[in-house]
Design a protein around this ligand. Structure first.
Ligand code: SF4
Length: 454
């Protein structure tokens, strides 16, 4: 490799990276800012032998051939921009999209929304209980009145699943205020949903997961995410306020699930999620390493969502101190193990696709009809942070069918109220679940000039 540094005829630095012995074109059209030296792409295939020993990799596409150049000592598995000379570039496809949205795959619902037709949510996040067996120090649900023993009952839950199938709801996450595995009907709800064509997932602390239902879960659920914000027993005790021995118990459960999944070739994705707070800053690398060792599919790090009164005391500018460590954690990723940091929200105090200095890059919340949220007591609201706010209460699954709710006036009046009256910059705390969707819908509603010039 011969990186040519030179000063051009205007006195400016001009750097090229033409491989040594690469075939050069005879008569380029005119002088460039660097020189008149360009690679003869047509001759590259024939010249491959001359490049042997240099840091290059030959790539074939039909009858064309190209080369990828590497700098001395550069890891060939790392993707570096502008190192390719040839017929095509190869992007690694994104396996999961934790830090974005997938609305473009549901254009039918977007069209319904644009036309003012009533439609079912694409996805619903749903609590199955209002209580928990751990006491994580970042728990948002505590702010929303956790109540021991309160949970949606079996019959209303199964009826709700049937309604979701009828309505065409595409997925339900048993992700909500309380711990889902404490509701014994959870397993049957997941099995029924699969039969009705509705995908399910779950976020759990995993400690009381019924391993006798492991096959049902791994066969019928799309993903199981373990809420784990520690990589050591000491960190676990500190952050989850649960004895360190429970950390070992959980690790063994996850290991067993990975084994059953692999042995039976089940499709369910298994992952770990850390909620980043200063108390677990020292646990990030340990957990990234733990996930790799357990053989789970991913480790994701998300921001901690605080309330409008900041009862959790999260200072987003603290995350800035963690950038190096988070990048270090990303290095544990392999082709079978995704490590992803939700940079768009973690960096909300700086500037990302969604935020600038903590202010959202959209003014109106349009996303709630697409992604609804239901509390563990069976009460339906447009979004989780508004649980218990009577003005936005839609109905109770114990007394009303979800199908009738979605087709009824109250449901749409509440969503309209959210869009018209909620000031997302004042009434909503940073990092709500609908953020990515809201930004997408905002852009759709506020097009730039010349949209036909795509
Ligand atoms: S923007 Fe506000 S109203 Fe909309 S979903 Fe988020 S928290 Fe709820």
């Amino acid at each position: 490799m011969s990186d040519k540094k030179s000063t051009n005829r205007f006195g400016e630095s001009a750097v090229t990276a033409i491989p040594k012995n690469a075939p050069l074109a005879d008569r380029p059209g005119h002088k460039l800012r660097s020189s008149s030296v360009i690679v003869d792409r047509k001759e590259l295939a024939a010249a491959e032998a001359a490049l042997v020993g240099q840091q290059v990799e030959a790539v074939k596409f039909d009858d064309q051939k190209g080369i990828i150049r590497f700098q001395d000592g550069e890891d060939p598995t790392e993707l570096v921009a502008n190192r390719f000379t040839g017929p095509s570039f190869r992007n690694r496809s994104e396996r999961f999209r934790f830090d974005g949205h997938k609305m473009m795959h549901h254009l039918d619902r977007i069209r319904d929304w644009q036309e003012g037709t009533r439609f079912a949510p694409i996805h619903i996040d749903m609590g199955l209980t209002k209580f928990c067996n751990t006491a994580c120090i970042y728990c948002y649900a505590v702010i929303q009145n956790m109540t021991k023993g309160v949970m949606i009952q079996r019959e209303p839950l199964l009826n709700f699943i049937e309604d979701c199938g009828r309505l065409g709801v595409r997925s339900i996450g048993f992700i909500g205020d309380g711990e889902p595995t404490l509701n014994p009907a959870m397993y049957d709800a997941a099995v029924l949903a699969k039969k009705r064509g509705v995908d399910t997932s779950m976020a759990t602390n995993g400690l009381l997961m019924d391993m006798d239902r492991a096959h049902d879960m791994l066969r019928d659920m799309t993903f199981i995410r373990f809420n784990l914000s520690a990589g050591t027993p000491e960190g676990f005790q500190r952050v989850h306020q649960s004895p360190g021995r429970n950390f070992e118990l959980l690790v063994e459960k996850i290991r067993e699930l990975v084994r059953i999944k692999k042995e039976n070739n089940y499709p369910c994705t298994l992952g770990l999620q850390m909620v980043l707070i200063p108390e677990c800053f020292d646990q990030v690398i340990d957990e990234a390493r733990l996930g790799a060792e357990l053989g789970v599919d991913y480790f994701v790090v998300k921001q901690c969502a605080d309330s409008e009164y900041k009862e959790l005391g999260v200072d987003y500018s603290d995350y800035h101190k963690m950038e190096k460590v988070l990048h270090e954690a990303e290095k544990y990723a392999t082709k079978d193990y995704v490590v992803q940091i939700k940079w768009n929200k973690i960096n909300a105090a700086a500037e990302t696709n969604l935020y600038k200095q903590g202010i959202r890059k959209y003014d109106i919340c349009y996303g709630t009809p697409f992604l609804a949220q239901i509390s563990g007591n069976g009460k339906v609201y447009p979004c989780g942070p508004f649980f218990n706010k009577e003005r936005f209460y839609i109905g109770d699954l114990h007394s009303e069918s979800f199908h009738d709710m979605v087709m009824g006036d109250r449901y749409w009046a509440v969503h309209e109220d959210v869009a018209k009256s909620v000031d997302v910059h004042k009434d909503c705390a940073i990092g709500c679940r609908q953020d990515y969707i809201n930004k997408f819908l905002w852009d759709l509603k506020n097009p730039p000039d010349h949209i036909n010039f795509i």
